[in-house]
Ligand binder design. Structure first.
Ligand code: TYM
Length: 331
């Protein structure tokens, strides 16, 4: 049987949060046993909103180091920078003709990110963002795309594109599917558990580079709910449910198992246990991250990864070029 192709990426903007970590990053190494992972830094996507060049460089290095610190093994996974593989931009030039303005304007991430912006300040890139994201997925013939809940709509759009393209040209593209964690696919803000934890919200978010004192303080002051029982009930107890999800995902157990551990606990003691678990995990993660930064291990990994990624991506690109009628004479 053909091995699964797994693909995912993280955009190097803002500071990575515990949401990014528990939703995707921490669990990526498990995918190495399921198939062939292509894991990248979505640096071209980072340009869709204004960003300082030095910040972009540093964030990109950080994500590479985070991938390695999470336990991705460069012998099993291909790690690369999106901008190192020109096929992403080339395929984008083709695929932008197969997705439509109406579909793109319905994307909730586009709406969320631009509602407060004036039209004259909204770049074309942020509107067309899902086209490039679809190309990221398509290029590697990925069938599994591990993401958090907020990216599902983009993967669904990629599926629409694949269907449309294959209907017209034959069986050229592989149909991808979003893969969400049972627990942790949508980690909420600690200060407002009805809102997603996000890179652009400094309050109530745990950042992967926060020191342990700050992490503990943020968890201990997380908003909780009325009542006193530690129970998973996202509608009536969003705060406690979010902390339970954080705990379960950190410990890699189910919500039911987590609930059982805290029967009879008071909120304060429960929060302390959550803080202990998160701090133990993040402290070890940060030590590995620092070692990788100090040794610059990521440089060779990204160089080698780009070579492997280019090979696979260029093959798909050629298949698409042939299908649509572009001449592809060998050099
Ligand atoms: P990004 O960089 O915003 O987020 C990286 C990953 O983290 C997930 N995530 C969360 N998961 C759980 N709880 C949260 N609060 C939370 N916040 C974020 C995201 O769902 C994502 O999986 N467009 C993508 C990057 C990208 C991509 C791709 C992903 C570009 N091309 C192709 C997959 C396939 C993004 O901006 O993710």
């Amino acid at each position: 049987m053909k091995k699964s192709r797994i693909l995912t990426g993280i955009k190097p903007t803002g500071k990575l949060t515990l949401g990014n970590y528990l939703g995707v990053l921490k669990h990526l190494p498990e995918t190495q046993d399921e198939g062939e992972p292509f894991i990248f830094i979505a640096d071209l996507h980072a340009l869709t909103l204004p960003i300082d060049p030095e910040e972009l460089r540093q964030n990109s290095i950080d994500i590479a180091a985070f991938y390695l610190a999470a336990g991705l093994d460069p012998n099993k996974s291909t790690l690369f920078l999106q901008s190192s593989v020109s096929a992403h931009a080339e395929l984008n030039a083709i695929m932008q003709n197969y997705l439509y303005m109406g579909e793109l304007s319905r994307m909730t991430q586009f709406k969320d990110k631009t509602t407060k912006m004036n039209d004259s300040a909204i770049g074309l890139g942020i509107f067309a963002y899902p086209v490039l994201m679809a190309c990221d997925i398509i290029l590697y013939d990925a069938n599994i795309v591990p993401v958090g809940e907020d990216q599902v709509q983009h993967v669904e759009l990629t599926r629409d594109l694949v269907k449309r393209f294959n209907n017209r040209y034959g069986n050229i593209l592989v149909m991808p599917e979003a893969k969400l964690r049972k627990v942790g696919a949508r980690i909420m803000s600690l200060s407002d558990p009805t809102k997603k934890m996000s890179k652009s919200d400094p309050k109530g978010d745990i950042f992967l580079k926060d020191d342990m004192k700050t992490v503990r303080k943020k968890i201990m002051s997380a908003v909780t709910d009325l009542g006193s029982e530690v129970k998973y009930d996202p509608v009536n107890k969003p705060g406690i449910s979010n902390l339970l999800a954080i705990y379960a995902s950190t410990k890699d157990i189910s919500i039911e198992e987590a609930e059982k551990e805290f029967v009879g606990y008071r909120y304060g003691d429960f929060k302390k246990a959550v803080a202990d678990a998160v701090c133990a995990d993040l402290e070890a993660f940060q030590a590995r991250y620092q070692h990788i930064i100090d040794t610059k291990e990521y440089e060779k990994v990204l160089k080698d990864g780009a070579i492997k990624a280019r090979k696979v991506a260029n093959e798909t690109l050629k298949r698409v070029q042939n299908a649509v009628g572009l001449l592809t004479y060998e050099e």
